[in-house]
Write a protein that binds this ligand. Structure first.
Ligand SMILES: C[S@@+](CC[C@H](N)C(=O)[O-])C[C@H]1O[C@@H](n2cnc3c(N)ncnc32)[C@H](O)[C@@H]1O
Length: 252
């Protein structure tokens, strides 16, 4: 598919800021649902001010980090495990954001930061890989200033499933989807620590359509239309699956 067709296929009026970025740049960095759309959805309910220090946890190829730095003038520590920092830096330099985006290679469970260093933390399509541990938020929130916000977006159901896998999705189910949780689940998971106050816990409006639109474009561009995840989203039709969004601030 040529770049113009891809741009057209990924036109989405819900994300006016993301529309200013090359679809090719986003698709070539893809590791899951579009992180640029997800972080724009997060920015709709979480404030970013110029000069803020932001941790982007599990940033992948750092598209969300570049977006935050360019759109809001924040400084981002693009922290990532699976992608080598040299590769992340290459992409950041290519995007002209190296002044404000700093690639760091680290496991989310052994972060190299001073406590209270960050004004905000974000995590797109990544937090469920490490954050479902009851004790994780107690560790992670230390890196945030009191009053600072943490915001996450990742796949999740509208409500917790009574049986796993849900019968209508059984043929598509992978064992690690068990880490996909509802907004209410995340609210309770965080609030029970008493360390944060949850301000938003919902599903990104039209999130499942965005996710499907993205997958269909990536699949077609990769020469493999109709891959399994897109078929699963079609089969579900937004009945259960979507993108869970949660924002909280650290209590004093
Ligand atoms: C599906 S990818 C999403 C990447 C990126 N945020 C995006 O949306 O394109 C999941 C990310 O979680 C990160 N991740 C998973 N487990 C991690 C851990 N224990 N510590 C740090 N990052 C982790 C991986 O490095 C990976 O980049």
């Amino acid at each position: 598919m040529d770049d113009g067709e891809l741009q057209e296929m990924l036109r989405n009026e819900r994300y006016p800021r993301a529309a200013g970025y090359s679809a090719r740049w986003m698709v070539d960095a893809s590791m899951g649902p579009n992180p640029v759309w997800q972080v724009e959805a997060l920015a709709g309910v979480m404030a970013f001010e110029p000069g803020m220090r932001v941790l982007d946890m599990g940033c992948g190829n750092a598209c969300s980090s570049v977006f935050l730095a360019r759109e809001f003038g924040v400084e981002v520590w693009a922290t990532e495990l699976w992608v080598e920092p040299t590769e992340v830096l290459r992409r950041v330099v290519e995007a002209g954001a190296e002044e404000r985006v700093h690639p760091v290679h680290s496991d989310a469970r052994s972060l190299p930061y001073a406590e209270g260093f960050f004004d905000a933390i974000v995590s797109l399509g990544a937090y469920h890989y490490f954050g479902t541990d009851d004790l994780y938020l107690g560790y992670f929130s230390r890196f945030l200033k009191p009053g600072g916000r943490i915001g996450i977006v990742q796949p999740g159901p509208v409500e917790e499933y009574e049986v796993l896998p849900p019968p209508h999705l059984a043929e598509y189910w992978k064992w690690d989807f068990c880490a996909w949780h509802s907004a209410a689940w995340w609210r309770r998971h965080w609030e029970k620590t008493g360390l944060v106050t949850v301000e938003v816990a919902d599903q990104v409006p039209y999130g499942w359509q965005d996710w499907l639109q993205w997958n269909e474009a990536c699949d077609l561009d990769g020469g493999r239309p109709g891959r399994e995840e897109a078929r699963m989203l079609h089969a579900d039709g937004g009945q259960t699956l979507g993108l869970t969004r949660v924002v909280a601030h650290r209590n004093d």
